[in-house]
Design a protein around this ligand. Sequence first.
Ligand code: SIN
Length: 309
Amino acid sequence: MTDPVPSPTPFNIAVGADTRLQAGERSQTPRIGRALSAAAGVTITGLDLARPLSPEIRDLIRTAFLEHHVVVFPDQALTREQQYAFTANFGEIEPHIGRSPQSKRYAVAHVISNVDGNGRPVDRSSSPVSNYRWHTDKAYYAVPPMLTALYAVELPPQGGDTEFANTERGYAALPLETKRRLAGLRVVFQWGAARNASGEPLTDAELRERPPVDHPLVRTHPETGKKALYLGNHASHILGMSKAEGAQLLEELLQHTTTPQFVYAHRWRRGDLVIWDNRCLLHRAVANYEMDKYRRILHRSVVRGTIPF
Ligand code: SIN
């Protein structure tokens, strides 16, 4: 699933003189590694993301992001404020709407974890709204985020990966006939849609707070022009189709675009900061560790996107 694919030799990129260096600081010399898989992913080393980025380095990261969709920056040491400042290089940060006390300071970078209010690890992976299901961040917003940044603070000794499925490649691999069938279809997203099937339907208050939105099932990347499937958890049905027919089509497409050939699995190391493009990827946390024994804590910030078309 994550076999490295052949790619040109990694290279150093000379970036203009950094005028903000303090005594003892090293210069920022980004080094772009090989592609991490055929599906997505590249590593950039040689950067301290706690420091301001020059316009050249920001552009270099943005180019790698558009080409590889997932960019990994190992060995970082970031406060939530520094993570916020780094992420803000790529657009307007969207504050998280959440209620759990451990996620306070939503506007800076909120906490993603398997930890309860007393700091103990718990297994919530079977929840219909859990991030252990394939999804793209906040697809149930009229204007969903373009980029997510996730920073590894505390990890289990093994496992706790995040998988990314490339929905551009998934779309490209569909037969022409299927592409014709999908053209123009719109998918309805609603936060917690999967709860309805789980016997714990959304309450009237929740329905009012998070009304459904619809987006194209095949969306066009606003920067690269490439088409990608747009679906995943919180997708409830397809406009103009019976609920059952729409659900079946969504499930078939999800199975297709999450087959191993389209997936990169990120094995976290503490201090990794990973950014990804929500406009052409699905992702999920992987329940491959003892969730009620080990804590997994990450800090997340998201950048506002544009209306999908
Ligand atoms: C997310 O769904 O944004 C976080 C994924 C993870 O916890 O690995």
